[in-house]
Design a protein around this ligand. Structure first.
Ligand SMILES: [Mn+2]
Length: 400
């Protein structure tokens, strides 16, 4: 048996805040969520997989665009023409009331309803597979839906599809069908196909419990490689293998300018730090200054001149394989180093301060608005706030 496990396609992600780049590069960025999924479908056909699992968040918003839906249907048709079934569930971004026989999909697409259900299929070699899953009906699912998953069926293989997050043991934070690893293991399934967390990772080896991540990182906090898992049976076990498909990779590059005394030489120094590969890179430079750095360089970096010159130079070139979207200036603080004990207090305080419930409390009445609630529900939001806050605090300590 061979199948593809993906999730969190987030088709038509808006990539907010980036539209002031040259049109041809912006188009590449905007197309990236589509291209990533198209490559997954290419792989499914080339590999002749038995089926494809998509575990929630196919669309980026609950009011998904017609363009995204049309594209998705077309890709499913390609799979249908190759006799590859698709099993999909909706997640916290594209939650909806699922009604039988009420979708535009071709016949190879099987949509899980809002209650946990099991769908069975028989492969060409007569092996039988049970796939159990459900779709989100609303943005938050506080219940432990895992309790509704049945025990193992009488099939050769059983797979659980679960869009959700590990339980934090805190009702204020557990909004995404919370589960624990022992709860999953107890079901005795052969593979847990998870969705929701955007960084690909394996929570357990045998049986595999796997987050495939989003096939295309959607912003700077989703850096690194993105793709899907190709899962194959081998001596009675299912073995996942990560495959990269994201056409755009977000990355950060640390640079300690050596001898740059002019803006021109610094721009050149930054360009030299970029290793060009096949994948298009969206780059944030962390420029680490020393006490010897000239004040002119500091000013040019601080007021955005260097970033602008860098972008202008690249925009003038025929073809570019990367784009700088940000330069962070890291100044020497001159402060004594924190002891390990200080670090512990610092981390503990941050952990207690940056929780989803604290943020939602702060948002107050604003959380009633759909588009704000959607942002608050982003798994990466807490981490982003924590990073912004430490940057802010470090700046202040320096100024004082
Ligand atoms: Mn998602």
């Amino acid at each position: 048996m061979k199948f593809i496990h993906t999730a969190d396609l987030h088709l038509d992600s808006p990539f907010r805040g980036l539209s002031d780049m040259p049109t041809r590069i912006w188009q590449q960025v905007h197309q990236s969520t589509f291209t990533a999924f198209e490559r997954i479908v290419d792989a499914a056909i080339a590999q002749q997989v038995d089926f494809v699992l998509i575990v929630g968040d196919i669309y980026d918003r609950d009011h998904h665009s017609a363009e995204a839906e049309d594209f998705f249907v077309r890709q499913c048709q390609r799979l249908d023409q190759n006799q590859i079934p698709v099993y999909l569930s909706y997640g916290n971004h594209d939650y909806q009331v699922v009604r039988d026989q009420e979708n535009a999909f071709p016949k190879n697409v099987h949509v899980f309803g809002n209650s946990v259900e099991t769908k069975k299929l028989t492969l060409a070699d007569k092996q039988t597979v049970a796939i159990t899953g459900f779709s989100y009906e609303k943005r938050w699912l506080d219940q432990q839906v895992i309790n509704n998953f049945p025990g193992r069926e009488n099939t050769d293989w059983q797979i659980g599809m679960l869009h959700g997050a590990l339980s934090q043991n805190n009702p204020d934070q557990d909004h995404y069908a919370p589960f624990t690893i022992p709860e999953l293991l107890q079901k005795n399934y052969d593979y847990w196909a998870l969705g929701h967390i955007h960084k690909h990772q394996q929570l357990n080896d045998n049986p595999p419990i796997v987050y495939p991540g989003d096939p295309q990182g959607r912003h700077k906090n989703e850096e690194g490689q993105h793709g899907y898992y190709l899962v194959q049976s081998n001596s009675g076990k299912l073995v996942p293998e990560f495959k990269v498909v994201a056409p755009i990779e977000w990355c950060k590059i640390n640079v300690e300018p050596q001898n740059s005394q002019s803006g021109e030489s610094l721009v050149k120094e930054l360009i030299d730090q970029v290793k060009v590969t096949d994948d298009f890179k969206m780059i944030a430079f962390n420029v680490i200054l020393t006490d010897n750095s000239s004040s002119l360089i500091k000013q040019l970096l601080g007021n955005g001149t260097i970033l602008e010159r860098l972008q202008d130079q690249l925009a003038g070139e025929k073809s570019v394989q990367w784009w700088p979207y940000q330069i962070n200036l890291i100044e020497p603080t001159g402060l004594p180093k924190m002891t390990d004990l200080d670090q512990d207090y610092w981390k503990q305080a941050a952990q207690e301060t940056f929780t989803q419930s604290a943020v939602i409390d702060l948002a107050g009445k604003l959380a009633k608005y759909d588009f704000i609630a959607e942002q608050l529900a982003e798994p990466s939001l807490i981490e982003e706030l924590r990073q912004e806050a430490s940057r802010e605090l470090e700046g202040e300590r320096h100024d004082n």
